[in-house]
Design a protein around this ligand. Sequence first.
Ligand code: ZN
Length: 252
Amino acid sequence: MGPSGPGSRGPACADSSGVLLVRKSKAKPNGKKPAAEEKKMYLEPEYTKSRITDVGFKELVVLPREIDLNEWLASNTTTFFHHVNLQYSTISEFCTGEACQTMAVCNTQYYWYDERGKKVKCTAPQYVDFVMSSVQKLVTDEDVFPTKYGREFPSSFESLVKKICKYLFHVLAHIYWSHFKETLALELHGHLNTLYVHFILFAREFNLLDPKETAVMDDLTEVLCSGGGRGGGGGDGASGGGAGAQNHGKER
Ligand SMILES: [Zn+2]
């Protein structure tokens, strides 16, 4: 099933929250894959196998009985934010305006939109900065992520959680796409894979990410999260299910 020709998917589409996705045709006219397709080091089996735990995340992400759904979404989203921030910080010295002039993942380029909806031209580190500061603002806003007893979650809570997940996904995808080599050199790819699997399975469990949004990383998701792999979708969780039970949502 070959692509129906350059530009068949349309050059650009803006999603509801204003992130513009630019998709170029995947195949060159001569049928060769673009160079970008050939450098996915993160797909190599010796690296995709690496994890920091055998925990069965598929079981771990399920809403525990007697826990309020919004509480569960809030505590996990906050934890993922901190972990993605931490993971990015390990390679941030390499993510410079010169090395990463745009926030690009595969053939997709992300643009930031300011509060007025104005498109902001920015480098990857600037984009990540926008992500981290806007998410930080949300998760520490008592009106959005209430922590005090008796305070209610806003009606917009779920859509805000989805927005946060989308941004965190962009950052994770950028780490894989542009900084996997450095992550490998630091021997932190097991951490990255583990965080990715946990995050994707959580988002999947509660429909927090648009499949169109995550399509750029489908090949990796397939390898990391499908049945066979350790700590992935696993299913039976025979080896690690018990050990993980006490670690709800906190990873550590
Ligand atoms: Zn970068």
